[in-house]
Every structure is written in structure tokens, then in C-alpha cells.
Design a protein around this ligand. Structure first.
Ligand SMILES: Cc1cc2nc3c(=O)[nH]c(=O)nc-3n(C[C@H](O)[C@H](O)[C@H](O)COP(=O)(O)OP(=O)(O)OC[C@H]3O[C@@H](n4cnc5c(N)ncnc54)[C@H](O)[C@@H]3O)c2cc1C
Length: 466
């Protein structure tokens, strides 16, 4: 009788779940009896879908349903609340499995060099996103005290952050935001949210759906500046960059429709600025170390597809600055990590150490190729990684590995309170019931439970100590 081929996937975000599912399908086609365990450091699955995607993006629910279906029959065993590299080392994991796939994604902000970064009121988008999505490992309170604020970046995360900051909290009540987040947003005195991009309107990295929805936020006027568009036409006249295709045309049309709109006098405004390179976050000496403004150098096209500074500087009075300039991969202790690129070095998914493949170790998703791209892109990644793993199957499968109870016994001996798929179903049902029981005017699909202890206790049906 052949022994099962045992694979651990680390990270239950979309990349890890797609990898598990593709492995299961392709292994079956190849006649390989595979057993897959999916490790997750949080008590609940879905990675950035639960703790990154904005709460007012309900269309993601379709993806969650399909990921749910991939795990529902138990063929991929979820083992949550286990941090690989801390609760179990990578060596220990490799001694229990024939192969390990890292799908640890990216949870932190990219590092930037900008004077004033440490001032009070200067925030990374990842921290703010984690707060509004109810991540268990960030503080429950967020200081929303600014009336004028700046968001740096021209990608979808910048749009999410700007939209959540500008939106009237009543319009978020139908979502799954935790109570503390709703209360924080209600108290926010914000009036103007300024989004700044270093390049021009035709270089934005937003996707059309995300851009369009910005213009549909009730009680918020969009403000654009003619001077930013004058610089575009200069560059566009070279003809080359317009080749960007239909998506660029759609975005240009959306921006133009906003320029044609009359302001409604709404109580909140969302300003989109282009050709602004941040130079320094400014402090007000009288305010201690708090943000009091931000200085930019205006930029312009350099005629070769890039930008250059114009030597013209401009200051904005803001009391908070949010940097949405990218995420950074989450390394695992004792696993090779490329600090510069923020990824696990790999060749098509085979993890490399000093350029050589590490036997039985693979990577997929954002930790494999960097923190760019939508959820759907992680599926293609996973396909490539699984192809490599199955090419190596014959080499790996000969090793002696213990049976599937070994890991749960190991975790129990170590005192790790791991969660399971059934536990997630219990937590999911609990959160939906909280939404049903909501006494406000809006119908809420769920209200997220935030504290880790409480999530684990509900998942494991333990009595919660108060
Ligand atoms: C703010 C934001 C908004 C987004 N909005 C959208 C959107 O609206 N639509 C869309 O299509 N895409 C969106 N994306 C992109 C999408 O989230 C990513 O493409 C996708 O989540 C990447 O998947 P992943 O599995 O590689 O990483 P992740 O989703 O980050 O999953 C990685 C998982 O690994 C776990 N993990 C990490 N380290 C360990 C460890 N040591 N041990 C065990 N587990 C570990 C993490 O807890 C996490 O659950 C957004 C991204 C961000 C940052």
C-alpha cells in the first residue's frame, strides 16, 4: 500500500486555499493520494479577504463562497491559530510533511524614507486597514481627530483608505465592521480627504470599478484640479503612453465626468491631486510632535515615460497623513527572505536559498511574487507552484513521514489552542447571529468578533471568561 503524500500549506489566504485546491485536483488526476493541512496564524481563514478588503466591497463575497466550498468537505484540513515559525518551526513542519508551501502573503506596510514619518498622526495604510477590518492583533482604538487629511498613493488601497475615511459612517452600517470601528468613525470630524499621486491621472493604478465607486459615495463631493490635467495633455501629445488601452480610456472618462460635475456643497470632500511628490511631513512645534502639514514637490512628465521634479514646492495643512504606498511580504522565521524585494526568493514557486532550491519548500501568492494584484491573480500563481511541486513528487514522496495525527498531538503537547474548520463554522455562525441581532436600522450580514481570545473560545466552544 502506498503511503499518502503529506503537504502543509502555510497561510489560509486566497493563495493558500487555491494552492490546496489545485493540488488536490491535480494529484487526483495523477493518481497521487495527497493529504493537505492548511495552517493559519489567525483563528479564522481568508487572509486579506477578511483583514484587508474594504468592508464596503460586498462583491468579494462571491469569492469567499467559492473558497469556502474548497474547504467545506474537509479534504483540506484547516489548522488555525498556529503561527509557523513560532508555534511550530519550519524544520519541525518539514519533518512532519513531504512538502511545505508558504502562502504567508503580506500584512505590513512597505518601508519608506520620508522625513516626519514618526510624527503623531502619520500612519501606514496597513495598520488603518487592519483596524477597520477588525484584525485581532492591532489596537482597538484609532485616533480619528483630523478635519483635513492626506492619503499618499494612487493604488486601490489608497482609494479604500480615502473612501473609508470620507464616508459617512451610517453608510458603513450594513457592512461587517466591528462596533468599535463604527463608533470611531462616528466620532471623526473629517471634512477634507486629499489623495496625492506622484504621477499623472493617466498613470493611476486604480481599477475602474474602484475608481467609479468613489464618485458614488453619498454626501461626499469629488474635487479635481485643472492644472493637474494640463500636464497630462502635454505628455499625452507624445502619443505613446495613451497606448495603455481601454482601461485607461474608461478611467479618463470617469475623471472627466467628475470634472464636469458641479459641487453639491456636501459636508465632506475627497480631493484627487496628481503630480505631487511627498518631500516631508511637517510638524507644528506648538503641537508637540503632531502632524501639522505635508510638503510636496510638484512633478511633471520627463518626456521618457517617467517624471521629474519641477523645483516648485507646495504645502498643505493637514493633521494626519496615511501612506498607502504598498505592502510588504511577511517572512517566516528560518525561511530565506529577500529583504529588498520583500518576497521569499523562488524559481516559479520552488524556494531558493543562495540560488539553490530548498527540497520540499515552495511559495505562492503575494509572498512569492510581491504584494501586487487582485485575489484572482493568486490562482495563476498557485497553478505554477503546484506544477513544480508535482514535478518533484517522486523525489519527495519516498521520505518517511508520520501520520496525520502527529501534528495535532504535537500542537496539543505544546499547549497551542488550534482552531479547525468546524470552529470557523461556529465563529461564522456567531458573527452572523450578532448581525441578525443588531438593533439599529440597517440589516447587517455579520458583525466581526475582534479579540483573538474570543474568536478562539467561540471556535472551540469554550466558555468565555469575562
Ligand atoms: C487593503 C487591501 C485591499 C484589497 N482589496 C482587494 C479587493 O477589493 N479585491 C481584490 O481582488 N483584491 C484585493 N486586495 C488584494 C488581495 O487581498 C490579495 O491579492 C490577496 O489577499 C493575496 O493573497 P495571499 O494569500 O497571497 O495573502 P494574504 O491574503 O495576506 O494571506 C496570507 C495568510 O497567511 C497567514 N500567515 C502569515 N504568516 C503566517 C505564519 N507564519 N504562519 C501561519 N499563517 C501565516 C496570514 O495570517 C494570512 O491569513 C486587497 C489588498 C489589500 C492589502
Amino acid at each position: 500500500m502506498t503511503r499518502p503524500f503529506r503537504v502543509a500549506v502555510v497561510g489560509a489566504g486566497p493563495a493558500g486555499i487555491y494552492a490546496g485546491n489545485i493540488l488536490r485536483t491535480r494529484a487526483a488526476e495523477a493518481g497521487i493520494d495527497v493529504r493537505i493541512d492548511l495552517f493559519e496564524s489567525l483563528p479564522a481563514p481568508y487572509g486579506l479577504i477578511r483583514y484587508g478588503v474594504a468592508p464596503d466591497h460586498p462583491r468579494i463575497k462571491g469569492i469567499v463562497t467559492s473558497l469556502h466550498d474548497m474547504l467545506a468537505d474537509g479534504a483540506i484540513r484547516l489548522i488555525g491559530n498556529v503561527e509557523v515559525g513560532a508555534d511550530v518551526t519550519i524544520d519541525e513542519l518539514q519533518s512532519l510533511y513531504h512538502a511545505v508551501i508558504l502562502a504567508t502573503g503580506a500584512q505590513r506596510d512597505a518601508v519608506v524614507d520620508l522625513p516626519g514619518l514618526d510624527l503623531r498622526g502619520s500612519f501606514g495604510a496597513a495598520d488603518f486597514v487592519s483596524w477597520y477590518d477588525g484584525h485581532p492583533d492591532v489596537p482597538r482604538h484609532w485616533p480619528l481627530e483630523a478635519t483635513q487629511l492626506a492619503v499618499l498613493g494612487n493604488g486601490n488601497v489608497a482609494l479604500d483608505v480615502a473612501r473609508v475615511l470620507a464616508k459617512h459612517p451610517a453608510d458603513l452600517l450594513t457592512t461587517d465592521i466591528p462596533d468599535n470601528v463604527h463608533a470611531g468613525l462616528v466620532a471623526s470630524p473629517v471634512e477634507d480627504v486629499h489623495v496625492f499621486g506622484r504621477r499623472g491621472p493617466e498613470d493611476i493604478k486604480f481599477t475602474p470599478i474602484e475608481l467609479r465607486e468613489l464618485g458614488e459615495v453619498p454626501g461626499v463631493d469629488i474635487v479635481l484640479y485643472d492644472e493637474d490635467f494640463d500636464r497630462v495633455s502635454e505628455e499625452v501629445s507624445t502619443g505613446e503612453r495613451r497606448a495603455a488601452g481601454n482601461q485607461a480610456k474608461v478611467m479618463a472618462r470617469i475623471l472627466q465626468s467628475w470634472r464636469d460635475r458641479e459641487p453639491t456643497g456636501a459636508p465632506r470632500r475627497l480631493h484627487l491631486h496628481f503630480w505631487h511628490r511627498p518631500v516631508e511631513i511637517l510638524a507644528d512645534a506648538a503641537q508637540g510632535e503632531a502632524v501639522a502639514g505635508i510638503r510636496f514637490e510638484r512633478t511633471e512628465p520627463d518626456g521618457q515615460g517617467g517624471i521629474r521634479g519641477t523645483g516648485e514646492f507646495v504645502d498643505y495643512d493637514v493633521q494626519a497623513v496615511y501612506r498607502a504606498i504598498g505592502y510588504r511580504g511577511t517572512p517566516v522565521r528560518d525561511v530565506p527572505f529577500d529583504e529588498r524585494a520583500g518576497v521569499v526568493p523562488n524559481d516559479g514557486g520552488r524556494v531558493l536559498d543562495d540560488g539553490e532550491p530548498v527540497p520540499g519548500l515552495y511559495a505562492t501568492g503575494w509572498i512569492k511574487r510581491g504584494p501586487v494584484g487582485l485575489i484572482g491573480h493568486t490562482k495563476g500563481d498557485a497553478g505554477e507552484t503546484i506544477e513544480k511541486l508535482l514535478e518533484d513528487h517522486a523525489l519527495l514522496a519516498g521520505a518517511e513521514r508520520p501520520d496525520e495525527d502527529a501534528i495535532t498531538e504535537f500542537l496539543t503537547d505544546r499547549g497551542v489552542r488550534y482552531t479547525t474548520w468546524d470552529g470557523w463554522l461556529a465563529l461564522d455562525a456567531h458573527e452572523r447571529a450578532l448581525g441578525d441581532g443588531f438593533a439599529g436600522e440597517a440589516t447587517r450580514e455579520r458583525i466581526k468578533v475582534v479579540p483573538r481570545e474570543e474568536q478562539v473560545a467561540i471556535s472551540n466552544r469554550e466558555v468565555i471568561a469575562r
